[in-house]
Write a new protein. Structure first.
Length: 761
């Protein structure tokens, strides 16, 4: 079930020093107007903090404390309370102690668009756009499985290469002359030797591999001389692996480039991300142990992972090639070490095998350049070792074996080589089958993922195009779309006067790009939001001209009438466009902001503020109750002075909102004296008493020097303010006495109460 907002209460939060309530009714849309600096964005900040656990503007180092109002410890606890028509409402107190899983339901939802971040998605790289879609569409597990399948496939590819090299080594050992090695040629060689031995030749290699066949041919198991000959034959055919220069040069070019600044941190950040996702860090970094904010750590790690994704993909490709090089060299060293051990058993002492160039190849894991000279030196050392081993082998060869012994040893050696060859081919075939299966699984999974994502992108694109064209009717703009670009990238595209532009930055103005961003935001929220049924747009029309502001108002009022929209703007014309097109929306106008009072609105809230004063009295907060009562009296006097057009001194801008209670009383007295002298005479005692209350009881600033007011004094002042407030309303219909008519002759809604008061006959 998707939910709507019903009420937002901010206390000591950002620009609100006390308490501010925004009433959304049963879930209505609302347009909020206010000039810059009046506190509009505080509303968006509160919703962002509550539903995502952070405020994007304050995520940079050293800004987190700015969630709390500047007055800090002087005021109440910082909190944001949200009421919805579902289960997502509640109260959040600073500092936010929620764990990431508590925000899982809402933190990924698309609900907030700000003017300052309007084009963020559009300006991301294609890889960053993909990452954002992965988060929005909850594809983390799906993408993670794709990466696991890719790693498994790459590992099997390496195993196939090593197995193929081993097979080729045995083929080389079996080769005779320049002919190709096959089962037929090998069987022919064995049959030829059997002919020389005057024994029945085998009919197949499978028969040769049977130990009983060799025993029957030789009359006894193969002698040590056969093993010696096999050993010497292997030594004579040794060849050092050749390392291709291309992969090595590509690796060194990548890790030595500008992008290499980020590469050394890739594995560390990936490990940190995995560790953070699977373990409770209890306020300390799982890698270094230092104290750290868990959410801040998670945000930084996620940002770093995003910036490294594209470089890491290229790195993986280069690293595969280097791993194959490393594997080939290691296999060559291990084969020679095995030969050296076998030589000792045959009393043939081969030279020490050169050390494996571990230090040079450590650059693969360290993401550092690899010394090409060290690799070349290792290959040269292997070739030198091979030459020395061959010389020793030649000297160790039997001096004068009999012809039959030579033939038997040749046959035994050949049989041993065939066994090794067959075992290597079996291993290579198994690796190839596993790799082939992994290729099919990976390709099928990736194709399915691409198809599903393409379907989603097509769905989004259709909606984006409709909204965008509604914002720019009559312009020669074709379809707008989000298109796949590379395996892990997406890009925006548009048909512009018959030309397909991807990305669209080369042909669209800033205003058009911002329109595209708004269309994309609305379409993605409409398509993918599951929990939140409201959208917040904070000053998104800065680059729009008058015509396009009107069209945006049309789109919001008509295309999204079934959504709850919270639109914050400093543009009064756009505010009027929107409220005229959507008369059912609630309206809120912020007129000014002050350090002591925070945002002020055109809607007067005396009764609500008086209720808050009573709550503070009940909780023992006498000072807070006095401050609330004074604010309630100001609100009441401002409302009356505005309704009755009381004459006040002219002031420009926000200064007009900073009226002292004394001058409000003076203006009200003058108006009553001119239009309702009898009412002034009746109310004058109450006016004087309230003026005294203000000076002696409600001015919280004088408490430090004159002693704190008692709760009974504040309670009496609250009662007198409430009594005065009721004098301006009709006892029968509860509406103000100026509900209808003009300030000179007005009545309540039912007509039983009037201003000026009608004398009783």
């Amino acid at each position: 079930m998707s939910e709507r907002l019903q009420r937002l209460v901010m206390t000591a939060f950002r620009g609100v020093p006390g308490e501010m309530t925004v009433d959304f009714g049963p879930g209505q849309s609302i347009a909020v107007y206010g000039e810059n600096g009046t506190g509009k964005s505080t509303i968006a900040d509160a919703l962002e903090w509550y539903f995502t656990g952070q405020i994007e503007l304050l995520t940079h180092e050293g800004r987190q404390h700015a969630v709390r109002n500047l007055r800090g410890s002087e005021g109440p606890l910082t909190s944001v309370e949200v009421a919805t028509d579902g289960s997502l409402g509640g109260k959040l107190v600073f500092p936010d102690e929620r764990r990431p899983e508590a925000l899982e339901a809402t933190s990924r939802e698309t609900f907030l668009l700000r003017g300052r971040t309007l084009a963020d998605f559009i300006n991301k790289t294609k890889t960053e756009k993909w990452k954002a879609l992965v988060e929005i569409l909850r594809l983390d597990a799906i993408e993670g499985l794709r990466e696991d399948l890719q790693r498994a496939r790459n590992e099997l590819r390496k195993q196939v290469k090593v197995a193929d090299e081993q097979v080729q080594a045995f083929r080389d050992a079996l080769a005779s002359g320049e002919g190709a090695v096959s089962e037929e040629t090998v069987l022919g060689n064995i049959q030829q030797i059997c002919g020389m031995l005057a024994v029945d030749p085998p009919l197949s290699l499978d028969q040769v591999l049977d130990p009983q066949w060799m025993e029957a041919v030789a009359g006894a198991p193969p002698s040590a001389a056969g093993g010696r000959d096999t050993f010497l034959a292997e030594v004579s055919k040794l060849a050092a692996p050749a390392a291709e220069k291309g992969p090595l040069e590509a690796w060194n070019s990548l890790v030595s480039s500008e992008r290499a600044r980020a590469l050394p941190h890739a594995s560390l950040i990936q490990e940190a991300k995995r560790l953070l996702a699977t373990a409770s860090i209890d306020g300390r970094c799982p890698l270094c142990g230092q104290a750290v904010d868990e959410k801040e750590l998670a945000r930084r790690i996620e940002g770093s992972v995003l910036s490294l994704m594209e470089a890491t993909r290229e790195l993986e490709q280069c690293r595969d090639a280097m791993s194959q090089l490393s594997g080939s060299l290691r296999a060559a060293h291990e084969r020679r070490e095995s030969l050296a051990r076998r030589g000792k058993q045959l009393q043939i002492e081969l030279p020490p095998v050169p050390s494996f160039p571990q230090a040079a190849l450590a650059g693969i894991d360290a993401l550092a350049p690899i010394d090409a000279k060290s690799i070349a030196d290792d290959q040269a050392a292997l070739r030198k070792w091979d030459e020395a081993a061959r010389e020793i082998g030649q000297k160790a060869a039997p001096s004068a074996p009999t012809t039959r012994e030579s033939q038997l040893m040749m046959l035994a050696a050949l049989c041993q080589q065939i066994r090794s060859w067959r075992a290597a081919e079996k291993k290579a075939a198994e690796a190839a089958r596993a790799c082939g299966l992994a290729e099919k699984v990976f390709d099928a999974y990736q194709d399915k993922q691409k198809a599903d994502v393409a379907t989603l992108l097509a769905q989004i694109s259709l909606r984006v195009a409709r909204i965008y064209l509604a914002l720019h009717p009559g312009e020669e703009l074709g379809s707008v779309s989000i298109e796949p670009w590379t395996a892990k990238g997406v890009e925006l595209a548009i048909d512009f006067y018959g030309s397909h532009q991807r990305p669209p930055h080369g042909v669209l103005s800033e205003s058009h790009l911002n329109s595209l961003a708004i269309a994309l935001f609305l379409a993605m929220a409409e398509t993918f939001n599951e929990k939140l049924r409201f959208l917040v747009l904070d000053d998104v029309i800065n680059s729009f001209d008058r015509e396009h502001r009107s069209q945006l108002a049309d789109v919001l009022a008509n295309e999204f009438s079934d959504w709850q929209l919270v639109v914050l703007t400093h543009d009064h014309q756009f505010f009027e466009h929107l409220t005229r097109r959507a008369p059912s929306w609630k309206k809120l106008e912020l007129t000014s902001w002050s350090y002591g009072e925070g945002p002020r609105t055109t809607g007067y809230e005396a009764s609500g503020i008086l209720a808050a004063a009573r709550e503070r009295l009940e909780s023992g907060d006498v000072g807070g109750a006095a401050a609330k009562a004074r604010r309630a009296l100001e609100e009441q006097l401002q409302e009356v002075c505005q309704a009755l057009e009381a004459p006040l001194a002219f002031r420009r801008g926000q200064a007009n909102e900073m009226r002292e209670i004394g001058e409000l009383f003076r203006g009200l007295r003058r108006t009553l004296k001119e239009h309702a002298k009898s009412l002034l005479d009746e109310l004058e005692p109450a006016f004087k008493t309230l003026e005294a209350d203000v000076q002696a009881t409600l001015n919280v600033e004088v408490h430090a020097s004159r002693g704190r007011s008692g709760s009974s004094e504040v309670e009496a002042a609250v009662r007198r303010i409430d009594e005065l407030d009721r004098r301006w309303s009709c006892p029968a219909c509860r509406t103000r006495i100026w509900h209808r008519g003009s300030p000179q002759a007005a009545r309540c809604k039912c007509g039983k109460s009037a201003f000026p008061p009608v004398p009783l006959n």
